[in-house]
Structures are given as structure tokens and as C-alpha cells.
Design a protein around this ligand. Sequence first.
Ligand code: UFG
Length: 350
Amino acid sequence: MKNILITGGTGFIGSHICLVLLNKGYEITIVDSLINSSPVVIERLKEFCKSGEKNVNRINFEKGDLRNQDFLSSLFETYYKKGLKFDAVLHLAGLKSVKESTQEPLKYWDYNLIGTINLLKIMGEYRCTNLVFSSSATIYGSKKDNTLIDEYSLINPINAYGYTKATIERILEDLSKTKNQKWRIASLRYFNPVGAHYSGRIGENPLDNPNNILPIITKVAAGLIDELKIFGNDWDTPDGTGIRDYIHVMDLAEGHLISLEKILNNEFKFIKLNLGTAKGTSVLELIKTFEKVNKVKVPYRYCLRRDGDVAYSVADNSLAKSILNWIPKRDLEEMCRDSWNWYKNNPKGF
Ligand code: UFG
């Protein structure tokens, strides 16, 4: 069976991708520095293998930082010598806080860009040229007319985090055109991943104070935070609050699996795809749905807009649907239910 390297595999999205790959029978090798995630994820993933009576030895874990070239060299060499060379890489490792990136831009360029360049170099050396890259909708500039964002929309990030993702996509495009190496690359632009695996065993586990709305809503519902601060009710949207395209993390993970398999089948050289549902939800609608399906209260208060926010960010996902034959299956209610279920089962995180 093929061995797939997953950088950032103990993170929120990475852990769900690992699960989907294990269920499909792949061997996986997770690389993570654990600066923003917990090693307990590995134990939880092993539980799934045990309960499914699958071989737990199919999960390898190596703690390390992609900025460390010696670590990467020894990783690729060791697995090559063991006869477990990597058939493809799913690259998710990186820093992802928009706010922090505006305060410490150099840190973002260092972790995200240098880490990725090191990884691409060693992949080339070992002729492992199949890659799925974790990109973000944050690379798009804001649209004034509140229309769906397709892959041809203007790339115009407004923060360092977004620039690192856009720059890496540019590098990947250049690589895909080289004649001496046969790169196969999918860059997946995530909209707003939420939810958790329905088992409640893995989920989103921010180690510091969360910035994203769903982890904050669960804390408010649990009484750990008094109220949700809604960043603006004067946006150009029907109820005045910001509209986003929330996508269930399991749908996102399944999009990765299909992209990976298309790449392994040599179906495309370089593709950039939006992974979203094409359905917009306002902050107020999100709160109401969360309250209804989970039978909880989420008190809120209107505050000033947050710097860098946009009114509306919703994917045109028709390209991903047609190229991957992928359809996001889980609706907003399931996202809210699974997020709350994860929290209730793990109030202190992992
Ligand atoms: N919001 C609030 N209060 C909060 C937090 C968020 O009202 O306490 C609102 C925001 O203003 C926005 C919506 O909830 O309207 C979603 O905000 P998030 O912070 O959850 O998500 P963003 O859309 O701002 O950003 C997310 C990721 C980025 C990624 C981007 C892609 O955090 O990493 O989606 O579009 F780049």
C-alpha cells in the first residue's frame, strides 16, 4: 500500500484527512512540530484503526519542523531505506492566524515559505513529485458585489498569511512547468472549515485563544465566555452580519483524498480548486442554527468591525465538483451538531 506523508497531520484539518486516508487503506506518515497541536491525535487515530481491526502500524509519526533541512533529509532517507518511500505529500503544516501574521509577518514567511521550499527541494531529490497543498480562500481580494468567488477571481491577499499562501501557489505553478521533473500538484483553497468527525474523538483544538467563530461559539454555549462579539452588523448583507462559506471538515478531508487519487493516477499537472459549499451563512444564521440543533443559548453583542474582514466570502465550487466529482454532503446543522459533540466529549481539548 502507498505511504502518504502528511505535514501538519495532527492539526484540525490534517487529523481528519489522516482518518479518511487510513479508512481507505493507506499507510500514513505524519510530520508535525506539535507547536499548535497535540500528540494525543495519534492515539485517537490508532483507536480508529483498532476498532476497524485495521493495522495500527500503518500510522507513523515524526516530530519535526520543516524549516530544519537536516530533519527533512534524514526523514526522507530513513523511510526510503526502510522501503517506505513517500508516494505523495499532503502539505498542511504552517502558521494560520491572520491576526498574528499582521503582527509578526517575518515569522509567517519563515515558517510557511521556508518550510515549504525545504519540503519541495527534498521531494524533488527523492522524485516524490505528487503534492496536495493546503491553500486558502484568504488569497482572494475582496469582491465589492457579493458574488461567488471562482478560481479565476483576482488574487489579492490583504495580510502576510494570505501572501505566503499565494506565493507558494506561484512557486508550485512554476514547478509544475519544469520539464525534468514530473510534478503533479493540487492546490486546495479552503473556505471556512468547521465541524468535527461525528465520533467526537477528533476535532478542532486551538491551543491558544481561538479567533475563528465556531470554537468561540462553543465556548460561549458552554458558559466559558460570556457572549460572542459579532464583528459588525452594518455590512452590506441582508442581516448586516458577515457571510461565509462554512464547510464540514470531513467534506474537506474527502476532497483531499479524491485530489490525491487523481494525482496518483496522473490526471492533471497543476490544478487550483476552491473547496467550499457555495452556500453563504451569516453570523446570525450560524448562531441560530447552532442554538436550534444543540438546544443551547449563545448570547451575543454587536461590536465594531474587525480589521481585515470582508462582508461576503462564498465559493463557486463548480470546478471542484466537476474535476473531482466531489460534492460536499454535510449541511450547516451537521456542522453545528458535530462541533458541539466534539466539545462536549472533550471540554479540555485533547
Ligand atoms: N466573527 C465574529 N466574531 C468572532 C469571530 C468571527 O463576528 O468572534 C465573524 C467574522 O467577522 C466573520 C465570520 O465570523 O464574518 C467568520 O470569521 P472567522 O474568523 O471564523 O473566519 P474568517 O472568514 O475571518 O477567516 C477564515 C480563516 C482564515 C482563512 C479564511 C478564508 O480563519 O484562516 O477563513 O476565507 F484564510
